[in-house]
Design a protein around this ligand. Structure first.
Ligand code: PLP
Length: 428
C-alpha cells in the first residue's frame, strides 16, 4: 500500500502478525469502517495518534481513565511501586488496603477477591454462585456484556424461555445450555422465568447500568423485581459493575439505585489503567472461595503490586470532594449540548448520561433494551463518528458502546466538542 499515513502503515503491519491487527476486536473499527488510530501517548482528556493528530478522547480506555490520562499522582505511584519490584506471587499490604477501600466504598461488599480482568471477575462470580447454590442455570440479559467466559457468550434462543445459542464459534452448545437470555428492563419475562425454573436458577447477572448496548439505564422496577425474585427463589443477584462501578457514583449503581446485590463484579476504574478487577459479596458467601471454601479460583498476577498502586491511587483521587458532582455535570453538559446541536440541525438524535457515562443515539428517545438500541440509525452514527474523528474528537468506534468523560474534560473541552458536532450535524 502506498500511503503516507503512519496509522495506515501500522495497521497493515499489525495485520500480518495479529488477527485483524488488534488485540481486542472493537479497536479494529470494523463497525464504523476505516483505519484504526494507533495511539502513541495520552494526557488528561487527550490522546495522540501515530500521525501526530490530537483527539479529545471519549473512551478513556473504555472506562478506567476516570481521573484523566497519565495523572501525575497515579504515574508517580506506579513508578514508585515498580522500583520495589514488579510481581511477587506472595501477599502484600497494598492488597489489604485495596480490599479495605473497596469494602468501605461498595455497599454490598464485605469481602473481595482481586483478579486481573473483568472477564475473570464475572466468570469467578458465576462459579461462586453455582457453587454456593448447587444449581446450574443462570440468567443474563440480551445486550449486556460480561466478558468472554464461555457460558456468557450467548444470545437468546428461538423461544422466550428456551436456553441460549453461542455467539462465538468454539463455544459448545453444552456450555450455554444452562444460560437463559432475557430482555433487559422486562419484568414480565423474568417473572415467567422464575415461575418456570425458580428452583434451578443459581443466579441472575445484570449490568445495572448497561454500557455495552450503548448506554441503557435499568428501570428501578426492573432491578427491584430482580432483587425480590432472587431472594424469593434462593438465587443470587450479581451486579456486573465492571463498567458502571465507581463510574455512575462512588458506590456504583447499587448506591445509585439503593439495591444490594449478593455479588458484585468490578474492574476498569479500580485498576486506574492497569489490570485490576475484583468480585465480592458477603463474608459468608465469599468464605466459599478457595482456600477456605470449595470454589476454586486463582491468578499468577492477581493483586499485582504495580497495578494495585495505580488502582489504589485512583480510588483516593475519586474521593476528593465534589468529584462525582463535577463528573456528572461534565457528562450532562456534553449530552445536553450535543442534543441541542442536533435539534438545531434537524437531526433525529438524543443523548443521555449517568454519572461519568454517556450514550449517543440516532433515535428520538434513548433505547430501553437491546432491540430498541439496534433499531437506531447506525449508518448515520458511522458517518457522524468519522466526521467527528476528522474534527479531532474520538467517540467509541461503534454505535453499541457507551462513552466516558474524565475529571480532566473541562467545560472548554466539552464546548469544543459541541462546536465540532454543530459543524458535523450541519453536513449530515
Ligand atoms: N463486564 C462489563 C460490564 C464490561 O463492560 C466488560 C468489558 O468491557 C467486562 C465485564 C469484561 O472486562 P475485561 O475486558 O476487563 O475482561
Amino acid at each position: 500500500m502506498t500511503t503516507t499515513s503512519k496509522n495506515d502503515q501500522l495497521f497493515e503491519r499489525a495485520q500480518k502478525t495479529t488477527p485483524g491487527g488488534v488485540n481486542s476486536p472493537v479497536r479494529a473499527f470494523r463497525s464504523v469502517g476505516g483505519t484504526p488510530r494507533f495511539i502513541t501517548r495520552a494526557e488528561g482528556p487527550y490522546f495522540w495518534d501515530a500521525d501526530g493528530k490530537r483527539y479529545i478522547d471519549y473512551i478513556g480506555s473504555w472506562g478506567p481513565a476516570i481521573v484523566g490520562h497519565a495523572h501525575p499522582t497515579v504515574v508517580k505511584a506506579v513508578q514508585d511501586a515498580a522500583t520495589r519490584g514488579l510481581s511477587f506471587g506472595a501477599p502484600t499490604e497494598g492488597e489489604i488496603e485495596m480490599a479495605e477501600e473497596i469494602v468501605r466504598l461498595v455497599p454490598s461488599i464485605e469481602q473481595v477477591r482481586l483478579v486481573s480482568s473483568g472477564t475473570e471477575a464475572t466468570m469467578s462470580a458465576l462459579r461462586l454462585a453455582r457453587g454456593a447454590t448447587g444449581r446450574d442455570k443462570i440468567v443474563k440479559f440480551e445486550g449486556c456484556y460480561h466478558g468472554h467466559a464461555d457460558s456468557l457468550l450467548v444470545k437468546a434462543g428461538s423461544g422466550l424461555l428456551t436456553f441460549g445459542n453461542p455467539t462465538s464459534a468454539g463455544v459448545p452448545e453444552d456450555f450455554v445450555k444452562h444460560t437463559l437470555v432475557l430482555d433487559y428492563n422486562n419484568v414480565a419475562q423474568i417473572e415467567e422465568a422464575f415461575a418456570n425454573f425458580g428452583n434451578e436458577i443459581a443466579c441472575v447477572i445484570v449490568e445495572p447500568v448497561a454500557g455495552n448496548m450503548n448506554l441503557i439505564k435499568a428501570n428501578e422496577d426492573f432491578l427491584k423485581a430482580l432483587r425480590a425474585l432472587c431472594t424469593k427463589h434462593g438465587a443470587l443477584l450479581i451486579f456486573d459493575e465492571v463498567m458502571c462501578g465507581f463510574r455512575v457514583a462512588l458506590g456504583g449503581a447499587q448506591e445509585l439505585y439503593g439495591i444490594q446485590p449478593d455479588l458484585t463484579a468490578l474492574g476498569k476504574v479500580i485498576g486506574g489503567g492497569l489490570p485490576v478487577a475484583a468480585f465480592g459479596g458477603s463474608a459468608a458467601l465469599m468464605s466459599k472461595m478457595s482456600p477456605v471454601g470449595a470454589v476454586y479460583q486463582a491468578g499468577t498476577l492477581s493483586g499485582n503490586p504495580v497495578a494495585v498502586a495505580a488502582g489504589m491511587t485512583t480510588l483516593k483521587l475519586i474521593q476528593e470532594p465534589g468529584f462525582y458532582a463535577k463528573l456528572g455535570a461534565t457528562a450532562k453538559r456534553l449530552a445536553d449540548g450535543l442534543t441541542a446541536a442536533a435539534r438545531d440541525a434537524h437531526i433525529t438524535f438524543c443523548a443521555d448520561s449517568v454519572g461519568g457515562m454517556f450514550g449517543l443515539y440516532f433515535s428520538v428517545t434513548p433505547p430501553n433494551n437491546y432491540a430498541e438500541m439496534m433499531a437506531g440509525d447506525r449508518e448515520r452514527f458511522n458517518v457522524f463518528f468519522h466526521a467527528m474523528l476528522d474534527e479531532g474528537v474520538y467517540f467509541a468506534p461503534a454505535a453499541f458502546e457507551a462513552g466516558f468523560v474524565s475529571a480532566q474534560h473541562t467545560d472548554e473541552v466539552i464546548d469544543e466538542t459541541i462546536a465540532a458536532a454543530r459543524r458535523v450535524f450541519a453536513k449530515l
